[in-house]
Ligand binder design. Structure first.
Ligand code: FAD
Length: 792
């Protein structure tokens, strides 16, 4: 009973109540904070108290701890040591580490009990169980808690093993089945005690003290128990064995107890005959685990038995531990899970006697498997049915688990019997270590009928940002389906107009460290493509050149100077090529040629199973029926689509010319004149007209661009095949890269925004795509969490 108590105690001790990030201690000037579970964000420059807020936010970690809902549990180890968010795995490890202690304890104490006797080990482990139980309640941090529980698990499992041996050694073969079932039944009573104490005490350490105190009567009683005569005989303590046998005879009202001396003389005779060759005991071989695989049949039997041990224990603990998550009253659920075990042992005993071991075991295993399947199929609203199925599962697995002990002992000959039982119980412990992880699986893979078989992601926009986000999502979250929906495709997007050079422009509203990270991720990604055989088809090339300034040197290096290759000040010799300029920087960077790069991304997306649809979206909510998550990459289109007035066009006109002899870029530091050679053409630029929506080419601007570029590189006079292109840079103070939940009545649609890359889309696209994919991953987790919670 005390073992049942400690084995299941964690179900209420390590509960995670509802929680949110705590507010900072020094809130000033009416700051407005949004509190999430694992982060908090401050609304920037706004006193908007509306629930949904689309403006700028600064996100912070939960450095001031968390606020927990104390309505159900005053304190648990989770609230005590903040085992949430990044530390959540520590809470999840408490039960597996306990079960590991159980595994090790069984091995150690089983062996010591054979050497030192059952009684001493029972004393030691029961006292240890009480003391470590109390110590757990007074641990000061998570790690000491885990260590104390590990030691508690070791002594508890030692206690259970020795008690089992003790009971079976004290009863005759006739009643051994029922006696061993009693041990199991009292374990189940322990589970019921946990439910009761959990219901009455809601502070984890007080709860632990109460549970430990309930084990005290066993500690006080066990010193009265005598040693078993079997063990006394095995170590040659005949007189003591005789005394115990006499007491047993008196209790059983047998007038002539069996004489140890007579037993010994039989043994002596056997020894003598063995020496004369009748039965050569002296050469009896020592047996090891390999004997359980000595031939095909025994090996098959051993593997089957091990699997049953593993399954039995896995099922037993999964049904028990998950009972508190079934909805309804968790205390009652756990109590009932303990109650159903009792009839299962009665049925196991009757079945074993009347039908035989095999005929009882097979139906119980098959029906528990079927019940597991059934649980997946029961709709979430049928709460009572789910609880009932769980109880039925526990009942059937209880029958199998209860009888496998005895069945194993009977399936093997005496010489390897204890080895078989011992190895089987090792597999059983492995099952119990794995079981808690299976219970946690519900938060990763939700049950079949509820699961979004594949989360459906719609990416709106087929420009550079939409395509790269779609590819990145399909590669980082391969379990989802990705569809691009767009009204324009390459070669008709803004991205097709761009020069595609990796030279960042600073976004005033985005922290520099963030921009640097995005640029680095993009540069590294494209550099890897450049160094692969994909480079020509992807349109990626390395290009060296100069950025020149009419003013003298600025001491401040651009934030990206250590990401591009070989960044340095230009030499006097180099500057002589540009007489009007006084200072310059030389470096090597990457260039993407469009439409090659966009086509390559699209091909890659389709290779990952992604789809592409041509359609204009007038309202994001229209996608709610067919998609689980929407990623908005509509660039300047966001102004109309979602009414974001913070995004504005910066018109850019460029010339695309044929001048294959040029292989160095030249960029005026003001960003208005540039010559960017790529694989297929050279881009000459350009203009920056803020707020202009005019997409028609202006011949005067074209002439101006051409003249300026020829001044920088006179050989351009011979350029051929000159084409004019105009694009609207989707500009914003900061790139909008954030989640938003659209709500209409009961329905919700998570949206991840990824737009507003202005003049630097190519320089940042892969970094922002990665961040968008991460946000999509968060949305999927939230959706699955709410689905599984709805179910549980
Ligand atoms: P877009 O390419 O415009 O894609 C938006 C997509 O959304 C389109 O497919 C559109 O059809 C779709 N869409 C919009 N609304 C809807 C709707 N309602 N329904 C369905 N679909 C919709 N950046 C650099 O880093 N380096 C450079 O050298 C560089 N040079 C540039 C030169 C010029 C002249 C210009 C104009 C830009 C330059 N840029 C450069 C910036 C870069 O081109 C942009 O930042 C980038 O292309 C933006 O990509 P996007 O996918 O957000 O927008």
């Amino acid at each position: 009973m005390s073992c049942g108590i400690h084995y299941l105690a964690s179900v209420f001790m390590a509960v995670t109540p509802k929680f949110v990030c705590s507010i900072p201690g020094n809130m000033e000037n009416g700051e407005i904070w949004e509190l999430n579970q694992c982060s908090r964000s401050r609304r920037e420059g706004s006193l908007d108290l509306a629930y949904e807020y689309n403006g700028n936010k600064s996100v912070f970690s939960c450095s001031h701890g968390y606020i927990y809902d104390h309505t159900k549990w005053t304190s648990t180890i989770v609230t005590e040591w903040d085992l949430v968010c990044k530390r959540e795995w520590l809470a999840k490890l408490t039960q597996p580490t306990f079960m590991l202690g159980v595994l090790i304890g069984a091995v150690i104490f089983g062996d010591i009990a054979d050497r030192m006797g059952r009684r001493h080990i029972m004393w030691f482990t029961s006292i240890g169980q009480f003391l470590f139980g109390i110590v757990v309640a007074f641990t000061f941090d998570y790690y000491s808690f885990v260590v104390a529980r590990f030691l508690l698990a070791m002594v508890s499992s030692g206690y259970l093993v020795v008690v089992f041996v003790y009971v079976t050694e004290y009863v005759g073969i006739k009643v051994r089945t029922w006696a061993s079932m009693h041990v199991h039944a009292f374990f189940a009573l322990g589970v019921m005690v946990v439910a009761l104490v959990g219901f009455l005490v809601r502070t984890w350490w007080v709860y632990q003290i109460f549970l430990s105190i309930t084990t005290l009567p066993f500690v006080l009683c066990c010193w009265m128990l005598p040693e078993t005569p079997f063990w006394l005989l095995s170590v040659g303590r005949y007189e003591e064995a005789q005394k115990v046998i006499n007491i047993m005879a008196r209790w059983n009202k047998v007038s002539t107890p069996c004489k140890i001396s007579e037993l010994c003389s039989i043994q002596q005779d056997a020894l003598v005959s063995s020496r004369t060759g009748d039965n050569d005991v002296s050469t009896t071989k020592k047996h090891n685990i390999l004997d359980l695989f000595c031939n095909r049949y025994i090996a098959r039997r051993t593997i089957t038995v091990w699997l049953i041990w593993f399954t039995g224990s896995l099922g037993y603990y999964v049904f028990s531990l998950s009972s508190v998550n079934l909805g309804g009253n968790e205390y009652l659920n756990l109590f009932l899970i303990g109650v159903v075990e009792l009839p299962s042992y009665v049925i196991a005993c009757i079945g074993m006697d009347k039908l035989g071991r095999r005929n009882t075991l097979i139906p119980s295993l098959i029906s528990s498997a079927l019940i597991c399947v059934l649980i997946m199929l029961i709709p979430q609203d049928f709460n009572a049915l789910i609880i009932l199925a769980n109880m039925a599962g526990k009942f059937t697995i209880g029958v199998a688990f209860g009888l496998i002990y005895l069945y194993t002992a009977e399936l093997y000959p005496t010489i390897v019997r204890s080895l078989a039982v011992g190895s089987g119980s090792m597999m059983c412990r492995v099952g119990s270590v794995v079981a808690p992880f299976c219970v946690y699986l519900t938060s990763i893979w939700i049950f079949m009928p509820l699961s979004m078989s594949k989360p459906r992601i719609a990416v709106i926009g087929a420009g550079l940002i939409g395509l790269s986000a779609a590819v990145c999502i399909s590669e980082t979250i391969p379990t989802c389906s990705v569809t691009i929906i767009s009204d324009e495709f390459t070669p008709n997007t803004t991205s097709d107009v761009a020069a595609g050079m990796l030279i960042p422009h600073t976004y005033p509203g985005t922290p520099i460290y963030q921009q640097k990270q995005w640029f680095k991720e993009t540069f590294d990604y494209l550099f890897a493509i450049n160094n692969s055989s994909e480079a020509p088809s992807a349109g990626i090339s390395l290009v060296s050149g100069w950025q020149i300034f009419k003013t003298s040197s600025s001491a401040e290096l651009p934030f990206w100077s250590d990401i591009v290759l070989g960044f340095r000040a230009m030499t006097e010799m180099e500057l002589k090529k540009f007489p009007q300029y006084r200072f310059g920087q030389a470096f090597t960077t990457l260039k993407c040629d469009c439409p090659s790069y966009l086509l390559w991304l699209e091909k890659r997306l389709k290779g990952n199973g992604g789809e592409v649809h041509a359609k204009r979206i007038a309202n994001l909510w229209d996608l709610q029926n067919n998609y689980d998550i929407v990623v908005n990459c509509t660039g300047i289109g966001s102004r109309q689509l979602i009414g974001d007035l913070k995004i504005y066009p910066v018109r850019g006109q460029v010339l695309k010319v044929h001048a294959p002899w040029l292989n160095h870029f030249i960029r005026d530091g003001d960003g208005l004149s540039y010559i960017y050679p790529g694989i297929h053409n050279v881009t000459l630029g350009g203009t920056r007209e803020k707020g202009s929506w005019n997409l028609s080419p202006d011949p005067n601007i074209s002439k101006d661009i051409f003249d300026k570029c020829c001044a920088l590189e006179p050989s351009l006079q011979k350029a051929q095949d000159i084409k004019v292109r105009v694009g609207l840079r989707p500009s914003r103070l900061a790139v909008r890269l954030q989640k938003e939940i659209l709500v209409q009545g009961e329905k919700k649609l998570p949206v991840v925004h990824n737009y507003g890359h202005g003049s630097g889309g190519f320089s940042m696209h892969w970094g922002t795509a990665k961040e968008a994919a991460r946000l999509v991953g968060e949305c999927i987790a939230t959706l699955q969490d709410s689905l599984s919670k709805a179910k549980l």
